[in-house]
Design a protein around this ligand. Structure first.
Ligand SMILES: [Zn+2]
Length: 319
């Protein structure tokens, strides 16, 4: 249970169920992206397969280790990432397979990570098996929009709802994952993620690997600092074409990220967030278009100096 951050109430009730070996056949884990649904599914699967009597999942027996390594033959994922939906054929295949006894486990567990992507016929097929599974059969359904599931499926499942992390739960883990980041950055990521740990990690990752010129550009463009932009671009006039293009592409990506943030999508670095707050959508679009034009010019062999000179004027947008 150590692998799952926060969610204390959930863990307590599960620990009691594990200890008593009172484990349902069907579980529904709900929560948004990055809330720990997959982590919890692994813990549950391990608890069901664990061969230790006392504290399930022990994390050390062979069964537990296979589950946590994702190689247990009796923990089967029902999903084809290539397909948009989970089809009735996939569910039927799982149903046929279910009646073959487990290879080595105590249970045979079917994990359906995109349960809300099952269409009506797939859900009905699943419902039939859930009504009368073999003694060893188990289903773990994961969903970020459980309202798309049939009420009859939901009522068959023990429902486990993930909770957002409190700051004191999230920050120590974030700081272990990003030892170089200061407390303000970690706090900002936690806050903007709404407490969903996976989203906070993505936000922190998004801010990494940017060239210093990109961070400087973001800062100047955010503050409408025309002189700062000139001071940034003048030394770049002596750069090589191959050096300049990827940096300009980072600027385009950053501005595009800010545009996505303005339309309400949560992911984004600190720099993109500031841009999205201080610049209008129109200004961001204009800047993207002009930077794309600059990249095109560079690719068609216009001189680096001329392009950097033009950008000093082009990026002076909206006074
Ligand atoms: Zn174990």
């Amino acid at each position: 249970m150590e692998g799952l951050l926060g969610n204390e109430r959930l863990k307590q009730s599960l620990s009691a169920a594990f200890a008593a070996d009172r484990l349902s056949h069907s579980w529904l884990i709900t929560g948004p992206v990055g809330s720990g649904k997959h982590t919890l599914a692994r813990i549950l699967a391990a608890a069901m397969q664990c061969t230790e009597g006392k504290r399930r999942p022990c994390g050390t027996c062979l069964a537990c280790r296979k589950v946590f390594d994702g190689v247990h033959p009796d923990v089967i994922t029902v999903d084809d990432p290539e397909k948009k939906t989970v089809t009735v054929e996939q569910i039927r295949r799982a149903r046929t397979d279910l009646y073959i006894r487990p290879n080595e486990g105590r249970r045979k567990i079917y994990v359906i990570p995109r349960a809300n992507d099952m269409n009506a016929s797939a859900q009905n097929a699943l419902l039939k098996v859930m009504e009368e599974p073999p003694e060893y059969g188990a289903f773990l359904l994961l969903s970020d929009s459980p309202e798309k599931l049939l009420p009859t499926i939901r009522s068959r499942c023990v429902c486990l709802q993930m909770s957002p992390l409190e700051e004191k739960e999230a920050l120590p883990a974030l700081s272990r994952a990003f030892p170089g980041k200061d407390r303000a950055a970690l706090h900002g990521a936690w806050q903007r993620s709404g407490g969903w740990y996976g989203q906070a990690l993505d936000l922190l990752k998004a801010g990494q690997g940017l060239a210093p010129q990109t961070l400087r550009f973001a800062d100047c463009f955010t503050r409408r600092d025309r002189l700062g932009l000139t001071e940034l671009l003048v030394p770049m006039e002596r750069w090589k074409r191959d050096q300049l293009i990827p940096v300009l592409q980072q600027w385009i990506e950053l501005l595009s990220e800010a545009l996505r943030l303005r339309s309400g999508l949560p992911a984004g670095s600190d720099a993109a967030l500031e841009l999205s707050r201080r610049r209008t959508g129109g200004e961001l679009v204009t800047a993207v278009q002009r930077l794309k034009r600059a990249v095109e010019l560079l690719q068609s062999n216009v001189g680096v100096g001329a392009v950097c000179g033009a950008l000093q004027i082009w990026l002076d947008i909206g006074g």
